[in-house]
Write a protein that binds this ligand. Structure first.
Ligand SMILES: Cc1cc2nc3c(=O)[nH]c(=O)nc-3n(C[C@H](O)[C@H](O)[C@H](O)COP(=O)(O)O)c2cc1C
Length: 259
């Protein structure tokens, strides 16, 4: 879901409405050309792999590596992906679908489907409007957005768009006052559920990030500066904090296939 919403924020104009009929003004809005949208221009983004390709087109390599990379040799990441790939959904035909219901409750909170948006820190590195955009997608899907303790966007800002679909991740910072203040802010915006991650005891060794010098202070190789320059739209947004106005964008699902 995160990917879906982020794509709406950044690739709103690249999802291929050019050459298609524009039934109303909102569709027409989508046909504006978009810098850096090359690869998937004129094509619908329909799969996770399409999102991956589109994000690589939009983001400098060091940023897409942060998004896609894992720790050490990425053995666990690959094993996780393999496990997901091995899962099969059993299809049943000729069944009565009238009672179909994917809703559930988690800790007393009703969800339209059994999925939530896991906390993701530094989403603003991909796009300045990422957190509210993903939170809006969660609202639209009847799900929950979990604000990361390391988010680049404040809890208050996300609460404006997802007041009833927001949980907050807390971290136990060295200064207990900081933790207490975050909990109070969460309470003040109406958050009822706090999330504590059972995290690793030290920073993970993310080798892709280390290669790029994606650390504090950052020391990226010179090649990365050139690479960032090849993504002018990202660079512009990163420097200016410019956010696309995604509130008015319609649902970008492609028309239903017939046949
Ligand atoms: C870009 C990114 C940022 C993340 N930031 C956080 C974070 O701030 N806090 C956290 O507990 N987990 C963080 N995670 C881990 C996710 O919450 C989640 O546990 C992990 O991605 C596995 O879920 P998935 O298989 O659906 O991706 C992050 C993951 C990604 C991809």
């Amino acid at each position: 879901m995160a990917a879906e919403s982020w794509s709406r924020a950044t690739h709103g104009q690249c999802c291929g409405t050019r050459g298609m009929s524009a039934p109303n003004n909102s569709w027409r809005k989508l046909s504006r050309p978009h810098i850096g949208a090359g690869l998937l221009r004129n094509k619908w983004i329909v799969s996770i792999d399409d999102y991956r390709k589109a994000s690589r087109r939009q983001l400098p390599k060091m940023i897409s590596d942060y998004l896609e990379g894992g720790a050490l040799d990425e053995t666990t990441m690959r094993a996780n992906e393999d496990r997901f790939d091995a899962l099969m959904l059993r299809q049943r035909s000729m069944v009565d679908l009238r009672g179909l219901n994917t809703s559930t409750t988690v800790l007393g909170h009703s969800l339209a489907m059994p999925l939530m948006v896991a906390p993701m820190g530094m989403l603003t590195i991909f796009h300045p409007g990422s957190d509210p955009a993903v939170a809006r997608a969660a609202v639209r899907a009847g799900s929950i957005f979990i604000h990361s303790a390391w988010a680049g966007c404040s809890l208050e800002e996300v609460a404006k768009v997802a007041p009833n679909n927001l949980w907050a991740q807390i971290a136990f910072w060295k200064d207990p006052e900081e933790t207490a203040s975050y909990i109070n802010r969460a309470r003040a915006v109406g958050v009822e559920t706090l999330v504590v991650a059972g995290d690793v005891g030290s920073s993970s060794k993310r080798e892709r990030d280390l290669h790029h010098g994606l650390s504090m202070p950052p020391r990226p190789p010179v090649a990365d500066y050139f690479n960032a320059a090849t993504r002018p739209a990202w660079l512009w947004r990163w420097l200016t904090g410019a956010q696309d106005d995604v509130r008015e964008l319609p649902d970008q699902r492609p028309p239903a296939a017939h046949g």
